[in-house]
Structure formats: structure tokens, C-alpha cells
Design a protein around this ligand. Sequence first.
Ligand SMILES: [Zn+2]
Ligand SMILES: [Zn+2]
Length: 166
Amino acid sequence: MYSVVLELRSIFITDGASQNIDLSFDFSDTEVSGYYPLSSSVKFVGGVYNRAGAVSFEGTASYDYDAPCDRCGTDCIKQNKVEMCYTLVTSMSNEERDDYIVVDNFVLDVESLVRTDVLLSLPTKHLCKPDCKGLCSNCGANLNKAQCNCSGGDDNPFAAALSKFL
Ligand SMILES: [Zn+2]
Ligand SMILES: [Zn+2]
């Protein structure tokens, strides 16, 4: 599959060199537990910088994501962003570091790096609004849209039917 990569040889070999990055990615075909949250494009703005021989990749990925509300199930679109900052190295020494990325032949696969961090940053809780009332546990009505007739207690048809047998 085609992937967006950056060729960074000139950055690595030149102290003080930098390259701005302003890219959009289409991750709409990326499935996360049965749905496709990234229906609109993911934007990354940042750069690659050589500071006294240390090369870093820094920037922010911002995106909209789609997800069903945990309480009422309505699809909702939210915005999120993730800050990214990595040190790029051409080979890894013995100690493994999460914030180090090895770039073989000075080529950085920026697309898979952004995709990974965006997926890791997806919120695990989704509410369509902070005070979502959810669904009635009795009749399944969406209580954000309408008040249903089962307010519990004596009005509950199941409880009423059950009480006849008790
Ligand atoms: Zn909701
Ligand atoms: Zn109800």
C-alpha cells in the first residue's frame, strides 16, 4: 500500500536544517473495533528539525472522529488532537526508548507514525453531549428526544403485569 514518507538525508547531515510538514491523511479505511472513526481527513502540522546534530520530529495531528454515544447510541462527531514529539535516529543503541524512532536509509514513514499515534489517542469514552440522558432501560426511547411514558413504579407496564401474579 502506498504510504507517505519523508526523505531526510539532507536534514540529518546538516546542522540547523529543518523541514516544515503540513500534510493531510486519509485514514477512513482504518477499522477500530467494528467501526471506522476517521471518516474525514487527519491533518498533521509540524516539522523535522536538526538541532546540533539531534534530529526530532515534532507536531500536532488534529482530526474529527465518529463514534456512537456510549449512552444513547447516536453517532456523534468530535474533534481531537495529539501532540507528537520523537527523536529520529539512524540506528538504535542498546537501550530501547519509546520516543526514539529508527529511520532506515533516512526515510521516515510519516503516514504510519501519524496513524499509530492518532489511533492510540482516540478517546475510549464517547458521549454525544456531557449530559446525555441515554435510553430508557424499559422501552428504549431516546430520552434526549422525548420523554417516554414509563416513569417507573406503577406506570411501568411490566411491573404492573408482574404485580398481578404476586
Ligand atoms: Zn448520547
Ligand atoms: Zn420508557
